[in-house]
Design a protein. Structure first.
Length: 123
């Protein structure tokens, strides 16, 4: 997962937030191009958040979360699925705002440029 534009590698970070938009947990980054479901299991958050009412996006289908419903292949989405997906989207909007707020933090928005093998000096 190397970005030619930014000349840097990426990672997948799992974030858990309340429906009010408050951060609950931020897991350690999973290096490389990993699917959200894989990163969810590797992060250890799956063992922490076992409530069946945990809500996730379509990347978490099969993880035991409440997710939106996919459109059936070659068919129109039924009206009940559209209504259900809208209700899931309204619930998840607060969580997405919490993730956006987390990305605004300068310490997380910039990468560490020092040597990784040495301890970072305190200011």
């Amino acid at each position: 997962m190397f970005s030619g534009k930014h000349h840097d590698t990426g990672c997948n970070v799992q974030v858990a937030a309340t429906l009010a938009g408050e951060l609950l947990a931020v897991a350690a980054p999973i290096p490389g191009a990993r699917h959200d479901a894989h990163a969810w299991w590797q992060s250890g958050l799956a063992e922490t958040f076992t409530d069946p009412d945990t809500v996730g996006d379509l990347g978490y289908i099969g993880c035991g979360m409440l997710t939106a419903r996919r459109k059936p292949p070659g068919q129109d989405r039924p009206a009940r699925d559209r209504t259900f997906n809208q209700s899931i989207g309204k619930v998840r909007s607060a969580v997405e705002r919490a993730i956006a707020h987390l990305k605004d933090w300068k310490i997380l928005a910039t990468r560490y440029r020092g040597p990784l093998r040495q301890p970072r000096p305190l200011p």
